[in-house]
Design a protein around this ligand. Structure first.
Ligand code: HEM
Length: 287
């Protein structure tokens, strides 16, 4: 593909009199080539005649791409924190929350699938389930929700497992935020700063005290306060996502077991209780 430039675009406008270009040679056009659009549209391999399967399939694939975009931003936010670049991290976290809000809205579309519509293709899923989404698992891991059992589902997939294993064994975003707080002079217990990263994070009194100090100055110039508020808003947004999943699934399959082997709605309801940054919630009683 030729690279464009301001000059080339100005020349094209002159030649077309302001109308879009339509005269392409060869067997493709630059839009198709740039985003592999034809390839993308060849990836819907439906397994049934059920009308709702296309909706389910498209929203599932859409969510996978959005999880990927979100994951990239979360990793980048973590990198900015390791460099003490809080202003940049704040901007990236704003985008992360926008991603989550967008992903949450996919439930509005999926919620139009009726129980009978879902039943028309459900058996074709076999034991396929969103809980096997490795990109979602990456998102959970960079946010610090480590679960060895759920990670293990990907051990046999050679092109997926190495990156997921690395993510499982690495510090998450919040771990790096707590190290940053320590560098800023807050007293954080060493057991928090250097621990087995494969274990899920559990609340610490030293972290609670540090956040309480940060919240002592709730102003726009206090970057640590701004960071805390961004983090809790992200956590809140993901909780809303989980809650909408749970309610939508309740509406579609009631209390029937999930395709992935779990008890279904009961299991999903339980995961809605998870919070990534527990102390930011706990200190609310004292603010
Ligand atoms: C609309 C129909 C859907 C139903 C009825 C449904 C149902 C369920 C159920 C019952 C579970 C629990 C695990 C199991 O399968 O046993 C689950 C987990 C999960 N589903 Fe869905 N789901 C639906 C759509 C989706 C879509 C389109 C996605 C996006 C990729 C998705 C992502 C997930 C994820 C990531 C989990 C694991 C949650 C976690 O680890 O916290 N689901 N789903």
């Amino acid at each position: 593909m030729d690279k464009g430039s301001d000059e080339k675009r100005a020349k094209a406008v002159e030649e077309t009199d302001g109308e879009p270009l339509v005269d392409y040679q060869g067997r493709s056009n630059p839009y198709i080539d740039y985003q592999s659009v034809d390839l993308l549209h060849s990836l819907q391999h439906l397994r049934s005649d059920g009308y709702d399967e296309m909706c389910f399939y498209i929203m599932g694939q859409t969510k996978e791409l959005l999880f990927r975009g979100l994951h990239m931003e979360l990793v980048n936010a973590r990198d900015q924190i390791t460099k003490d670049d809080v202003p940049n991290a704040l901007e990236i976290l704003t985008r992360c929350k926008a991603y989550v809000d967008h992903i949450t809205d996919t439930w509005s579309v999926l919620g139009t699938i009726t129980s009978s519509g879902f039943n028309q293709f459900r058996d074709h899923l076999s034991t396929a389930s969103g809980q096997l989404s490795y990109m979602y698992r990456h998102v959970e891991f960079v946010l610090g929700n480590k679960d060895e059992r759920l990670a293990a589902a990907h051990r046999n997939v050679p092109h997926v497992w190495p990156a997921l294993k690395e993510s499982f064994e690495s510090p998450g975003l919040y771990d790096e935020v707590l190290r940053y707080l320590q560098r800023q002079g807050y007293q954080i217990d060493s057991s928090v700063l250097d621990r087995d990263w494969t274990q899920g994070y559990t609340s610490s009194e030293s972290v609670k005290d540090a956040w309480l100090k940060v919240y002592g100055l709730p102003s726009s110039d206090n970057l640590d306060y701004q960071l805390a508020e961004k983090l809790i808003s992200l956590d809140e947004a993901i909780s809303v996502y989980r809650w909408r999943h749970f309610v939508t699934v309740h509406k579609i399959i009631g209390f029937k077991p999930g395709t992935g082997g779990s008890a279904g709605v009961g299991w999903l309801e339980n995961v809605t209780k998870h919070r990534f940054f527990p102390e930011l919630w706990e200190i609310r009683d004292n603010l």
